[in-house]
Design a protein around this ligand. Sequence first.
Ligand code: SPV
Ligand code: MG
Length: 301
Amino acid sequence: MLQVHSIHSLLDQELPLEVIGCHSPLSARLAQVAGFKAVWVSSLELSALNGLPDANFLTMSENLSVIQSICRSVSIPVIADCDSGYGNELNVYRMTQLYEHAGVSGICIEDNVFPKKCSFYEAGEEELVPMEEHARKIAAACKGRRSNDFFIMARTEAFIRNLGLQEALKRARAYADAGADAIVVHSKIKTDEEIVAFSRAWDRDIPLVCIPTTYNQYSSVDLLEKGYKIVIFANHGLRASVSAMQAAFDHIKKNRSSIGLDGSIASLQEVFRLTGVPEMERLIASFQFSHDVQRVQSPRL
Ligand code: SPV
Ligand code: MG
């Protein structure tokens, strides 16, 4: 499955770079089959998959074990949403090493206090970590990576906490100066007002990333025109699968049968194809063949 390219090289090829959220090897494979060039392993999706709020309930090791399986299952780059980095600079340093070793192509670290809460929950009283502290985490991630191709995204939640444009810019500049390869500007309003104000004032040479969940009226091409080279569609796969399962389960419960459902759910053949059954069967046949050859060639005792 290898054949991963770096995020830098994808950015050199075609813009905008559209990244889609996933939460499992199968969902990542569906993204690859659909033609996406990179996936985002979303903390919201991973938490939801475990029936949990997106609030740092899962440990780094729990997340890493799924992310490692995802890396083994696709040949496109995997970007891991690392929340606030699971601790301080030292934790971020080791996390970076572990994630790079697992086959991840990039990470994103946000300036939330640990334990973080999803940016879309009702705003609590939580402050962000001091800008200097987050800049140190970004520098620690840069120090911890082996290859400069490993893509480090710094995310500011200044708009999410209603701290305004100047605070968002000040923080993003500090993170860029600490070595970030890209800045994620998160916003939860329903228009492009904040992200456009930000990109107009942006004066560093690294790309901007946006996550158009609440302002979903813009295409990735619109967002590129507004200054965002990377666009993350962070949670649509999970939401689509929730609706699809709800509809199928409701149908079976109501009808006490699955009659009439086959047209709207994947066939078993499709599931077999997506999970490598044909490749497995070819492998079994090759084992059989080598076994036969060996039996013919081995002298009888
Ligand atoms: C995620 O997908 O977990 C993100 C993006 O961090 S969001 O949920 O939009 O904050
Ligand atoms: Mg997240």
